[in-house]
Design a protein around this ligand. Structure first.
Ligand SMILES: [Zn+2]
Length: 168
């Protein structure tokens, strides 16, 4: 990350209420930005995400959380595991079926079914299996993280995004 971009980022963040003016605090924030952002583009996206969400300076811990949940996952994915034959070309995502079951107490239970083999064939089979059921509904062609290592990365991103959402 270039010094110019660090300066610019601090300047943009200073529109937030209670943004520090103490030079030591600013130096610490600059240091955080440098260690978090791998390049200038990442710094731009991080600052935009912060300004889109806060009116008041949220503090360094929140900045690190936003970076981990929203900015880091956008990094190029060449370094990821290549994925298995079920999710190759889909970046770790694959088609699944979600079976929704209406329980006797009125609550809803959801089960994700990972089809093996031909997706069209699997769809016919699962729809036949639950055909005529008054308690089960099958949602087809949903997308979920795969169960291979590449899918695990997608799953972790979802988990972080949910955690982020719950804090808001
Ligand atoms: Zn996979």
């Amino acid at each position: 990350m270039t010094n110019t971009k660090v300066e610019e980022s601090l300047g943009r963040l200073s529109v937030l209420r209670r943004f520090p003016v103490n030079p030591h605090a600013l130096a610490a924030i600059a240091e955080d930005l440098r260690s978090l952002c791998s390049d200038d583009g990442e710094a731009d996206r991080l600052v935009a995400a912060i300004l889109g969400r806060f009116d008041m300076w949220p503090g360094p811990a929140a900045i690190r959380d936003i970076h981990r949940a929203e900015i880091a996952p956008q990094r190029p994915r060449e370094l990821e595991p290549s994925g298995c034959d079920k999710c190759r070309g889909r970046g770790g995502w694959r088609a699944v079926f979600v079976v929704t079951e209406q329980l006797a107490d009125g609550s809803i239970k959801r089960e994700t079914v990972y089809p093996t083999g031909n997706i069209m064939q699997a769809e016919v089979e699962i729809e036949q299996h639950y055909a005529g059921s008054k308690t089960h509904r099958v949602d087809t062609a949903m997308v979920a993280p795969c169960d291979c290592p590449r899918g695990m990365l997608r799953r972790e991103e979802l988990r972080q995004r949910d955690a982020q959402r719950q804090r808001q």
